[in-house]
Write a protein that binds this ligand. Structure first.
Ligand code: NAD
Ligand code: IPM
Ligand code: MG
Length: 352
Protein backbone atom coordinates (compact mmCIF):
# COMPACT_ATOMS: atom_id res chain seq x y z
CA UNK A 1 0.00 0.00 0.00
CA UNK A 2 1.21 3.51 -0.86
CA UNK A 3 0.11 6.45 1.29
CA UNK A 4 1.12 10.07 1.61
CA UNK A 5 0.88 11.60 5.06
CA UNK A 6 1.20 15.23 6.10
CA UNK A 7 2.92 15.65 9.46
CA UNK A 8 2.06 18.74 11.48
CA UNK A 9 4.46 18.61 14.43
CA UNK A 10 3.46 21.97 15.88
CA UNK A 11 4.86 23.30 19.14
CA UNK A 12 6.36 22.24 22.48
CA UNK A 13 6.75 18.47 22.61
CA UNK A 14 5.01 18.23 19.21
CA UNK A 15 8.25 17.86 17.20
CA UNK A 16 9.66 15.30 19.68
CA UNK A 17 6.65 13.00 19.49
CA UNK A 18 6.34 13.52 15.73
CA UNK A 19 9.86 12.09 15.43
CA UNK A 20 8.50 9.00 17.17
CA UNK A 21 5.62 8.82 14.68
CA UNK A 22 8.04 9.17 11.76
CA UNK A 23 10.25 6.40 13.09
CA UNK A 24 7.22 4.18 13.59
CA UNK A 25 5.97 4.82 10.05
CA UNK A 26 9.36 3.92 8.64
CA UNK A 27 9.57 0.71 10.66
CA UNK A 28 5.97 -0.36 9.99
CA UNK A 29 6.40 0.40 6.29
CA UNK A 30 9.48 -1.81 6.10
CA UNK A 31 8.00 -4.62 8.15
CA UNK A 32 4.63 -4.76 6.41
CA UNK A 33 5.80 -3.70 2.92
CA UNK A 34 4.00 -0.39 2.62
CA UNK A 35 5.28 2.82 1.18
CA UNK A 36 4.48 5.65 3.59
CA UNK A 37 5.75 9.01 2.40
CA UNK A 38 5.61 12.03 4.70
CA UNK A 39 5.74 15.77 4.20
CA UNK A 40 6.14 18.19 7.11
CA UNK A 41 4.07 21.38 7.24
CA UNK A 42 3.51 24.06 9.85
CA UNK A 43 0.58 24.69 12.17
CA UNK A 44 0.14 26.57 15.43
CA UNK A 45 2.74 28.77 17.09
CA UNK A 46 5.55 27.89 14.70
CA UNK A 47 3.32 28.89 11.78
CA UNK A 48 2.49 32.18 13.51
CA UNK A 49 6.21 32.86 13.90
CA UNK A 50 6.92 32.07 10.26
CA UNK A 51 3.81 33.30 8.45
CA UNK A 52 1.78 35.22 11.04
CA UNK A 53 -0.93 32.62 10.41
CA UNK A 54 -1.59 29.54 12.58
CA UNK A 55 -2.87 27.59 9.55
CA UNK A 56 -1.14 28.78 6.35
CA UNK A 57 -2.77 28.08 2.97
CA UNK A 58 0.24 25.98 2.05
CA UNK A 59 -0.55 23.62 4.93
CA UNK A 60 -4.19 23.31 3.91
CA UNK A 61 -3.28 22.65 0.28
CA UNK A 62 -0.79 19.94 1.22
CA UNK A 63 -3.37 18.29 3.49
CA UNK A 64 -5.97 18.40 0.72
CA UNK A 65 -3.65 16.34 -1.46
CA UNK A 66 -2.76 13.83 1.28
CA UNK A 67 -4.17 10.49 2.40
CA UNK A 68 -4.10 11.39 6.11
CA UNK A 69 -2.81 13.98 8.57
CA UNK A 70 -0.79 13.44 11.73
CA UNK A 71 -0.65 16.24 14.28
CA UNK A 72 1.61 16.63 17.32
CA UNK A 73 0.35 19.52 19.44
CA UNK A 74 0.00 23.28 19.25
CA UNK A 75 0.27 26.15 21.69
CA UNK A 76 2.50 27.44 24.43
CA UNK A 77 3.17 30.38 26.72
CA UNK A 78 4.95 32.32 23.96
CA UNK A 79 1.66 32.89 22.14
CA UNK A 80 -0.77 32.76 25.07
CA UNK A 81 -1.47 36.50 25.11
CA UNK A 82 -1.33 37.24 21.41
CA UNK A 83 -4.44 38.02 19.38
CA UNK A 84 -3.52 35.31 16.87
CA UNK A 85 -3.30 32.04 18.80
CA UNK A 86 -1.90 28.62 17.82
CA UNK A 87 -5.12 26.88 18.87
CA UNK A 88 -7.00 28.80 16.15
CA UNK A 89 -5.02 26.77 13.61
CA UNK A 90 -6.22 23.53 15.15
CA UNK A 91 -9.86 24.62 15.24
CA UNK A 92 -9.60 25.87 11.66
CA UNK A 93 -8.17 22.63 10.28
CA UNK A 94 -10.88 20.61 12.06
CA UNK A 95 -13.55 22.85 10.55
CA UNK A 96 -11.98 23.05 7.11
CA UNK A 97 -11.90 19.28 6.70
CA UNK A 98 -15.25 18.80 8.43
CA UNK A 99 -13.64 16.53 11.05
CA UNK A 100 -16.75 16.34 13.17
CA UNK A 101 -16.23 12.91 14.74
CA UNK A 102 -13.49 12.76 17.32
CA UNK A 103 -12.89 9.24 18.60
CA UNK A 104 -10.94 9.10 21.85
CA UNK A 105 -10.44 5.52 23.04
CA UNK A 106 -9.48 5.01 26.68
CA UNK A 107 -7.98 1.57 26.95
CA UNK A 108 -6.23 0.41 30.04
CA UNK A 109 -3.37 -1.88 29.09
CA UNK A 110 -2.91 -4.45 31.94
CA UNK A 111 0.52 -3.00 32.46
CA UNK A 112 -0.97 0.44 33.14
CA UNK A 113 -3.40 -0.58 35.87
CA UNK A 114 -0.73 0.11 38.46
CA UNK A 115 0.04 3.51 36.94
CA UNK A 116 -3.36 5.01 37.65
CA UNK A 117 -3.78 7.10 40.78
CA UNK A 118 -7.14 5.34 41.06
CA UNK A 119 -7.33 2.01 42.87
CA UNK A 120 -6.48 -0.97 40.66
CA UNK A 121 -9.85 -2.64 41.31
CA UNK A 122 -11.59 0.50 40.02
CA UNK A 123 -9.67 0.82 36.76
CA UNK A 124 -9.44 -2.91 36.06
CA UNK A 125 -11.19 -3.80 32.79
CA UNK A 126 -11.83 -0.21 31.72
CA UNK A 127 -12.25 0.10 27.98
CA UNK A 128 -14.30 2.97 26.71
CA UNK A 129 -14.60 5.19 23.68
CA UNK A 130 -15.45 8.87 23.92
CA UNK A 131 -17.15 10.08 20.75
CA UNK A 132 -16.73 13.83 20.90
CA UNK A 133 -18.49 16.22 18.52
CA UNK A 134 -15.64 18.34 17.16
CA UNK A 135 -16.85 21.06 14.80
CA UNK A 136 -19.80 22.65 16.57
CA UNK A 137 -21.00 23.81 19.94
CA UNK A 138 -19.39 26.54 22.03
CA UNK A 139 -16.10 26.28 20.15
CA UNK A 140 -17.59 27.59 16.93
CA UNK A 141 -20.82 29.41 17.94
CA UNK A 142 -21.41 32.97 16.76
CA UNK A 143 -21.52 35.52 18.24
CA UNK A 144 -18.45 35.13 20.39
CA UNK A 145 -17.22 38.53 21.49
CA UNK A 146 -16.72 41.17 24.17
CA UNK A 147 -19.53 43.68 24.40
CA UNK A 148 -20.40 46.99 26.07
CA UNK A 149 -16.84 48.22 25.89
CA UNK A 150 -15.58 45.11 27.65
CA UNK A 151 -18.25 45.08 30.36
CA UNK A 152 -19.91 41.92 29.07
CA UNK A 153 -19.04 38.93 26.94
CA UNK A 154 -20.87 36.30 24.91
CA UNK A 155 -20.02 32.82 23.61
CA UNK A 156 -22.74 30.87 21.82
CA UNK A 157 -23.58 27.19 21.94
CA UNK A 158 -25.19 26.36 18.61
CA UNK A 159 -25.91 23.08 16.85
CA UNK A 160 -28.05 22.17 13.87
CA UNK A 161 -30.18 19.05 13.89
CA UNK A 162 -27.93 17.49 11.24
CA UNK A 163 -24.77 18.19 13.19
CA UNK A 164 -26.15 16.38 16.21
CA UNK A 165 -27.62 13.55 14.21
CA UNK A 166 -24.40 12.67 12.38
CA UNK A 167 -22.29 12.46 15.55
CA UNK A 168 -25.02 10.46 17.29
CA UNK A 169 -25.07 8.04 14.37
CA UNK A 170 -21.30 7.70 14.54
CA UNK A 171 -21.66 6.84 18.21
CA UNK A 172 -24.36 4.22 17.61
CA UNK A 173 -22.30 2.69 14.79
CA UNK A 174 -19.30 2.62 17.12
CA UNK A 175 -21.36 0.99 19.87
CA UNK A 176 -22.49 -1.70 17.42
CA UNK A 177 -18.83 -2.72 16.97
CA UNK A 178 -18.29 -2.87 20.74
CA UNK A 179 -20.38 -3.82 23.79
CA UNK A 180 -23.52 -2.05 22.48
CA UNK A 181 -23.88 0.29 25.44
CA UNK A 182 -24.17 4.01 24.68
CA UNK A 183 -24.13 6.78 27.27
CA UNK A 184 -25.12 10.18 25.94
CA UNK A 185 -23.76 12.93 28.15
CA UNK A 186 -25.47 16.32 28.31
CA UNK A 187 -26.78 19.03 30.62
CA UNK A 188 -30.46 18.67 29.75
CA UNK A 189 -31.56 19.95 33.15
CA UNK A 190 -30.26 23.38 32.09
CA UNK A 191 -29.49 23.66 28.38
CA UNK A 192 -31.97 23.70 25.49
CA UNK A 193 -29.24 22.37 23.20
CA UNK A 194 -28.96 19.34 25.46
CA UNK A 195 -32.70 18.73 25.37
CA UNK A 196 -32.58 18.71 21.56
CA UNK A 197 -29.51 16.43 21.73
CA UNK A 198 -31.46 13.97 23.92
CA UNK A 199 -34.43 13.91 21.56
CA UNK A 200 -32.18 13.14 18.62
CA UNK A 201 -30.38 10.36 20.53
CA UNK A 202 -33.75 8.80 21.35
CA UNK A 203 -34.98 9.05 17.76
CA UNK A 204 -31.81 7.66 16.17
CA UNK A 205 -31.71 4.99 18.88
CA UNK A 206 -34.90 3.43 17.47
CA UNK A 207 -32.82 2.35 14.48
CA UNK A 208 -30.38 0.56 16.79
CA UNK A 209 -32.58 -1.66 18.96
CA UNK A 210 -29.58 -3.75 20.06
CA UNK A 211 -27.86 -0.78 21.66
CA UNK A 212 -28.73 0.07 25.26
CA UNK A 213 -28.97 3.84 25.55
CA UNK A 214 -28.86 5.99 28.60
CA UNK A 215 -28.56 9.67 29.28
CA UNK A 216 -26.30 11.09 31.96
CA UNK A 217 -25.89 14.66 33.07
CA UNK A 218 -22.33 15.80 32.55
CA UNK A 219 -21.58 16.58 36.20
CA UNK A 220 -22.66 13.13 37.34
CA UNK A 221 -20.92 11.51 34.37
CA UNK A 222 -17.66 13.23 35.36
CA UNK A 223 -17.96 11.70 38.81
CA UNK A 224 -18.89 8.24 37.53
CA UNK A 225 -16.07 8.24 35.01
CA UNK A 226 -13.50 8.03 37.77
CA UNK A 227 -15.49 6.13 40.38
CA UNK A 228 -16.71 3.43 38.00
CA UNK A 229 -14.94 3.73 34.63
CA UNK A 230 -15.55 0.14 33.56
CA UNK A 231 -19.28 0.92 33.55
CA UNK A 232 -18.88 2.84 30.28
CA UNK A 233 -18.61 1.51 26.75
CA UNK A 234 -19.30 4.38 24.33
CA UNK A 235 -19.86 7.95 25.49
CA UNK A 236 -21.22 10.50 23.02
CA UNK A 237 -21.14 14.15 23.88
CA UNK A 238 -20.82 17.69 22.58
CA UNK A 239 -17.53 19.41 21.90
CA UNK A 240 -16.65 21.09 25.20
CA UNK A 241 -17.96 18.31 27.45
CA UNK A 242 -15.95 15.83 25.38
CA UNK A 243 -12.79 17.88 25.72
CA UNK A 244 -13.06 17.97 29.49
CA UNK A 245 -14.19 14.37 29.99
CA UNK A 246 -11.41 12.97 27.81
CA UNK A 247 -8.64 14.65 29.81
CA UNK A 248 -10.37 13.41 32.95
CA UNK A 249 -10.54 9.90 31.52
CA UNK A 250 -6.77 9.91 31.03
CA UNK A 251 -6.48 9.56 34.81
CA UNK A 252 -7.81 6.02 34.38
CA UNK A 253 -4.75 5.13 32.31
CA UNK A 254 -2.31 6.98 34.51
CA UNK A 255 -1.23 9.67 32.05
CA UNK A 256 -2.55 12.10 29.50
CA UNK A 257 0.44 11.08 27.41
CA UNK A 258 -0.95 7.71 26.37
CA UNK A 259 -4.30 8.64 24.83
CA UNK A 260 -4.65 8.85 21.03
CA UNK A 261 -7.46 10.23 18.92
CA UNK A 262 -8.91 10.14 15.43
CA UNK A 263 -10.82 13.05 13.93
CA UNK A 264 -12.92 11.86 11.03
CA UNK A 265 -15.20 13.41 8.43
CA UNK A 266 -18.09 11.76 6.62
CA UNK A 267 -16.05 10.32 3.77
CA UNK A 268 -12.82 12.18 3.52
CA UNK A 269 -9.57 12.80 5.19
CA UNK A 270 -8.78 11.84 8.79
CA UNK A 271 -6.55 13.69 11.26
CA UNK A 272 -4.82 11.76 14.01
CA UNK A 273 -3.34 13.29 17.14
CA UNK A 274 -2.77 12.50 20.79
CA UNK A 275 -5.33 14.20 23.03
CA UNK A 276 -2.73 16.04 25.10
CA UNK A 277 -1.25 19.45 24.41
CA UNK A 278 2.22 20.81 23.78
CA UNK A 279 3.34 20.23 27.40
CA UNK A 280 5.58 23.33 27.54
CA UNK A 281 6.73 22.29 31.04
CA UNK A 282 8.71 19.34 29.62
CA UNK A 283 9.35 20.43 26.02
CA UNK A 284 12.85 19.90 24.66
CA UNK A 285 13.86 17.52 27.45
CA UNK A 286 13.34 14.17 25.67
CA UNK A 287 10.87 13.28 28.43
CA UNK A 288 7.53 13.31 26.62
CA UNK A 289 5.57 10.10 26.46
CA UNK A 290 5.32 9.17 22.76
CA UNK A 291 2.64 6.49 23.31
CA UNK A 292 -0.41 8.73 22.60
CA UNK A 293 1.20 9.82 19.33
CA UNK A 294 2.25 6.30 18.34
CA UNK A 295 -1.21 4.91 19.09
CA UNK A 296 -2.59 7.76 16.94
CA UNK A 297 -0.53 6.36 14.07
CA UNK A 298 -2.25 3.04 14.88
CA UNK A 299 -5.65 4.74 14.63
CA UNK A 300 -4.63 6.20 11.26
CA UNK A 301 -3.72 2.71 10.05
CA UNK A 302 -7.09 1.39 11.17
CA UNK A 303 -9.49 4.18 10.31
CA UNK A 304 -7.91 5.77 7.23
CA UNK A 305 -5.99 2.90 5.65
CA UNK A 306 -7.94 -0.19 6.82
CA UNK A 307 -4.66 -1.70 8.10
CA UNK A 308 -6.07 -3.55 11.09
CA UNK A 309 -3.21 -5.96 11.69
CA UNK A 310 -0.61 -3.18 11.58
CA UNK A 311 -2.72 -1.13 13.99
CA UNK A 312 -3.09 -4.03 16.43
CA UNK A 313 0.67 -4.65 16.21
CA UNK A 314 1.36 -1.15 17.51
CA UNK A 315 -0.97 -1.67 20.49
CA UNK A 316 0.66 -5.00 21.25
CA UNK A 317 4.14 -3.48 21.05
CA UNK A 318 3.19 -0.70 23.47
CA UNK A 319 1.75 -3.20 25.91
CA UNK A 320 4.82 -5.41 25.65
CA UNK A 321 7.25 -2.58 26.42
CA UNK A 322 5.21 -1.44 29.41
CA UNK A 323 5.04 -5.04 30.63
CA UNK A 324 8.80 -5.32 30.27
CA UNK A 325 8.95 -2.63 32.95
CA UNK A 326 9.77 0.53 31.01
CA UNK A 327 8.03 3.87 31.38
CA UNK A 328 8.44 7.55 30.68
CA UNK A 329 8.59 9.97 33.65
CA UNK A 330 4.86 10.88 33.50
CA UNK A 331 3.89 7.28 34.35
CA UNK A 332 4.07 6.36 38.00
CA UNK A 333 4.74 2.64 38.04
CA UNK A 334 6.67 1.24 40.99
CA UNK A 335 9.74 -0.69 39.97
CA UNK A 336 9.62 0.32 36.30
CA UNK A 337 12.68 1.86 34.70
CA UNK A 338 12.27 5.44 33.51
CA UNK A 339 13.45 5.98 29.95
CA UNK A 340 13.43 8.88 27.48
CA UNK A 341 11.11 9.65 24.57
CA UNK A 342 13.63 8.31 22.08
CA UNK A 343 14.32 5.15 24.08
CA UNK A 344 10.61 4.44 24.51
CA UNK A 345 10.12 4.95 20.77
CA UNK A 346 12.94 2.56 19.90
CA UNK A 347 11.64 -0.10 22.29
CA UNK A 348 8.12 0.07 20.89
CA UNK A 349 9.42 -0.15 17.34
CA UNK A 350 11.67 -3.09 18.13
CA UNK A 351 8.65 -4.98 19.48
CA UNK A 352 6.51 -4.42 16.39
N1 NAD B 1 -4.33 19.11 20.39
C1 NAD B 1 -3.53 20.06 20.81
O1 NAD B 1 -2.68 20.52 20.09
C2 NAD B 1 -3.67 20.55 22.21
C3 NAD B 1 -4.38 19.85 23.17
C4 NAD B 1 -4.45 20.34 24.47
C5 NAD B 1 -3.80 21.51 24.80
N2 NAD B 1 -3.12 22.18 23.84
C6 NAD B 1 -2.33 23.39 24.12
O2 NAD B 1 -1.13 22.97 24.79
C7 NAD B 1 -0.66 24.03 25.63
C8 NAD B 1 -0.39 23.48 27.02
O3 NAD B 1 -1.63 23.11 27.61
P1 NAD B 1 -1.76 22.37 29.01
O4 NAD B 1 -0.49 22.51 29.75
O5 NAD B 1 -3.01 22.82 29.60
O6 NAD B 1 -2.00 20.83 28.60
P2 NAD B 1 -0.97 19.71 28.16
O7 NAD B 1 -1.78 18.57 27.72
O8 NAD B 1 0.02 20.26 27.22
O9 NAD B 1 -0.20 19.32 29.52
C9 NAD B 1 -0.87 18.98 30.73
C10 NAD B 1 0.09 18.18 31.62
O10 NAD B 1 0.26 16.89 31.06
C11 NAD B 1 1.62 16.65 30.77
N3 NAD B 1 1.70 15.95 29.47
C12 NAD B 1 0.95 16.19 28.36
N4 NAD B 1 1.32 15.40 27.37
C13 NAD B 1 2.33 14.64 27.83
C14 NAD B 1 3.14 13.61 27.26
N5 NAD B 1 2.99 13.20 25.99
N6 NAD B 1 4.09 13.05 28.03
C15 NAD B 1 4.26 13.43 29.30
N7 NAD B 1 3.53 14.38 29.90
C16 NAD B 1 2.57 14.98 29.16
C17 NAD B 1 2.29 18.00 30.69
O11 NAD B 1 3.66 17.91 30.98
C18 NAD B 1 1.48 18.79 31.71
O12 NAD B 1 1.99 18.57 32.99
C19 NAD B 1 -1.77 25.11 25.58
O13 NAD B 1 -1.35 26.09 24.69
C20 NAD B 1 -2.98 24.36 25.07
O14 NAD B 1 -3.88 25.18 24.38
C21 NAD B 1 -3.02 21.72 22.55
C1 IPM C 1 -6.06 22.98 22.08
C2 IPM C 1 -7.55 22.88 22.16
C3 IPM C 1 -8.20 23.82 21.19
C4 IPM C 1 -8.05 21.44 21.96
C5 IPM C 1 -9.56 21.37 22.16
O1 IPM C 1 -10.09 21.97 23.10
O2 IPM C 1 -10.22 20.72 21.35
C6 IPM C 1 -7.44 20.40 22.88
O3 IPM C 1 -7.71 20.63 24.21
C7 IPM C 1 -7.90 19.02 22.47
O4 IPM C 1 -8.43 18.31 23.32
O5 IPM C 1 -7.69 18.64 21.31
MG1 MG D 1 -8.34 18.92 25.26
Amino acid sequence: MKKHIITLAGDGIGPEIMNSAQALLKAAGEKYQHEFTTEAKDIGGIAIDKYNNPLPDETIEACEAADAILLGAVGGPKWADSSIRPEQGLLKIRKHFNLFANLRPVTIFDSLEAASPLKQEIVHGSDLMIVRELTGGLYFGEPSERRDGGQSVIDSLTYTHDEIERIVRTAFDTAMTRRKHLTSVDKANVLESSRMWREIVNTVGKEYPEVTVEHELVDAAAMKLITNPSYFDVIVTENLFGDILSDEASVITGSLGVLPSASLSENGLGLFEPIHGSAPDIAGENKANPIGMMLSVGMMFKYSFGLHEESAAIERAVNTVLKQGFKTPDLKIDGAETISTTEMTEKIISNL
